[in-house]
Design a protein around this ligand. Structure first.
Ligand code: DX5
Ligand code: ZN
Length: 218
């Protein structure tokens, strides 16, 4: 099975101190940094884009796991690659050709990920996954747009079905992950764990990360 990876979401961090916040979680044992790029259109919230990712990349060697909650991900491929991004995850719900986006992300030297909102069935990504174009599937366990929401356990059958069909692909879960919910996600077969509030809200960051990682490894 793919390796256990913990990817803390900087959405729950102090954006004005992003480099320090990134260092805190990487020093605390995190594997990746999850960067939530929101355009105020695909989701009702606005965060940051490639210019900020580029600034952050100057301060860390960590793997930059970019989650694009944007209507036009195609416009972000080259800017994010130039900024130093490593993973390009776009939403399958957008009105752009998913296979082309995956190919472009990979041609730019990034990994290609595809994300599913809670209402989108696993079947929506079967064609591009079957075609071998996807490195990671992100199963949203909350409605995208905001941190601190409640984990939706009813997404676990979707994770399980994708894990059974794709034993080698990374399966990421994002939204409401923490000590109380990690077991369900790990058991269903998720191996890449995003966590915002449970990591940055903890007074023991290394322990918060270890709890997530150990549950996946076990
Ligand atoms: C929500 C974002 C998540 C968010 C998760 O749209 O995609 O990455 O930061 O935050 P928590 O872990 O607090 O639910
Ligand atoms: Zn995210």
């Amino acid at each position: 099975a793919p390796a256990a990876i913990v990817s803390p979401s900087l959405l729950a961090s102090d954006f004005a101190r992003m480099a320090d916040e990134a260092k805190k979680v990487i020093d605390g044992g995190a594997d990746w940094l999850h960067l939530d790029i929101m355009d105020g259109h695909f989701v009702p919230n606005l965060t940051f884009g490639a210019p900020v990712v580029k600034c952050l990349a100057k301060h860390t060697d960590a793997f930059l796991d970019c989650h694009l909650m944007v209507t036009n991900p195609g416009d972000y491929v080259e800017p994010l690659k130039d900024a130093g991004a490593h993973m390009f995850t776009f939403h399958i719900e957008v009105d752009e050709d998913a296979a082309v986006l995956c190919d472009r992300a990979r041609a730019a030297g990034m990994k290609a990920g595809v994300a599913l909102k809670p209402g989108t069935p696993a079947e929506a990504v079967h064609a591009i996954c079957d075609a071998g174009k996807v490195d990671m599937v992100l199963v949203m366990t909350v409605e995208p747009g905001f941190g601190g929401q409640k984990f939706q356990p009813e997404m676990m059958p979707k994770v399980k079905a994708l894990r059974e069909r794709y034993p080698q692909i990374d399966i990421q879960v994002d939204g409401g992950l923490g000590p109380a919910t990690i077991e369900a996600a790990a058991t269903a077969g998720a191996n890449v764990i995003v966590a915002g509030s449970s990591v940055f809200g903890s007074d023991d960051v290394p322990k918060a990360i270890a709890v997530l990682k150990d549950a996946v490894t076990a």
